[in-house]
Design a protein around this ligand. Structure first.
Ligand SMILES: [Fe+2]
Length: 384
């Protein structure tokens, strides 16, 4: 199934994980001499930025906090943040939050001193440079944005998600502190955790899977599937939060070199048009796409099932099917409504969504099995 190729593994040069990571972030910024630090965050995670900014201000740094990044940010929301960033002229940008603030922070670090419009940079490898120091601190465990070269915005006019993908979007330093995750609501923990699980699964069963990345993928599957329910049930348990956060980080490390496949391609129209949260749309589609893909790569899906904790069956197919059932059980126990109709998606839109999904060729080309328009429609119908 796999087509071995040369891959580039680009990761943040500094990756700090653990309960002291937040304090280590302040130290890092002081040591490197950051003078004008812009924190980019959302309203709920602003409190974390406040704490770090306070410590830095007492050491003489000038700090500003932009806390208006919405969920699933539009190009318009990004442009508002860009104006604020240009007014402040930071030498350092620190993104704190879920994927939305982190993606916006990453884009601001690149475009704060770039005169050309962002529309010229949607796609892979079009960014040429970044001068501003970039730090990311996740407060959810899912998007992997804290280590990935991707940033996604909603094009509100086209009702489409658009991505800037570039090594320049990989942060200079990432700090993963499980304290930041303890206030995450149950449904956000569930959705983002399942998104991370999907990153690992889609990177492992992928036409461009690569041994070095397989290790992250299988490790992430184990950590997430073994800890996600407990993270939902005991949100203050730091050990469990840390395990899911590291699993999510592993998922993020899969995104640059290998990336995702048909689940994400089919998921994007649901986010773009109907604002189904990204992790939720992935969770809904995941079992259907896996059953569709299974004949193309039974041994890969068998390994995924074993990492999910399933006992080996008589054949790779049997083990893989048990793995898919395990995912469905996990989603059910996480109380995720698993039908598209439950998320306000009208049935007459499925055909149009199938056409939109087929346009996401950069991900579909990774999928172990080719997906036709008819296949995409059948998958949406199965999930409806
Ligand atoms: Fe994702």
């Amino acid at each position: 199934m796999t087509a071995m190729r040369t891959i580039a593994i680009q990761q943040p040069p500094k990756l700090v994980c653990g309960r002291e990571a937040s304090a280590a972030c302040s130290e890092h910024l002081l040591q490197r001499g950051s003078q004008r630090i812009l924190f980019v965050t959302g309203r709920k995670t602003c409190v974390f930025a406040d704490g770090i900014a306070q410590a830095l201000r007492s050491s003489g740094a000038v700090c500003d906090i932009y806390s208006e990044v919405p969920q699933e940010p539009t190009i318009g929301a990004y442009e508002t943040a860009l104006t604020a960033a240009r007014d402040f002229q930071p030498d350092t940008i620190v993104g704190i939050g879920g994927g939305s603030p982190l993606d916006v922070a990453k884009l601001l670090a690149v475009f704060v001193d770039e005169q050309r419009d962002i529309s010229q940079f949607f796609g892979i490898g079009l960014v040429e440079r970044r001068h501003v120091h970039l730090v990311c601190m996740p407060s959810t465990s899912g998007t992997g944005s804290e280590v990935s070269p991707n940033a996604i915005l909603l094009d509100e006019r086209e009702e489409l998600k658009r991505g800037v993908i570039s090594p320049w979007l990989v942060p200079d330093a990432t700090f993963v502190d499980p304290h930041f995750m303890t206030s995450m609501p149950a449904m956000v923990t569930a959705g983002t955790g399942m998104d991370a699980l999907t990153h690992c699964i889609e990177a492992y069963a992928n036409r461009f899977a690569y041994p070095a990345i397989d290790t992250y993928a299988l490790g992430g599957i184990q950590l997430i599937s073994g800890n996600l329910l407990q993270a939902i049930q005991s949100p203050g348990n730091l050990d469990v939060r840390e395990n899911v956060a590291i699993g999510s980080l592993f998922g993020g490390l899969c995104l640059g070199p290998v990336n995702t496949a048909a689940v994400h391609a089919l998921s994007y129209p649901l986010g773009g048009r109907f604002h189904v949260p990204h992790g939720i749309s992935n969770t809904i589609l995941l079992p259907h796409v896996l059953r569709f893909n299974l004949p193309a790569a039974p041994e890969r899906y068998e390994q995924i099932a074993l990492a999910l904790g399933v006992i080996r069956g008589d054949t790779p197919e049997a083990t893989a099917l048990a793995g898919i059932e395990r995912i469905e059980t996990l989603a059910r126990e996480a109380a995720i409504p698993m039908r598209l109709r439950e998320w306000g998606v009208p049935s007459h839109s499925l055909k149009e969504m199938a056409s939109a999904a087929l346009g996401v060729t950069r991900l579909l080309r990774n999928n172990p099995r080719d997906v036709t328009h008819e296949d995409a429609l059948l998958l949406y119908e199965a999930a409806y």
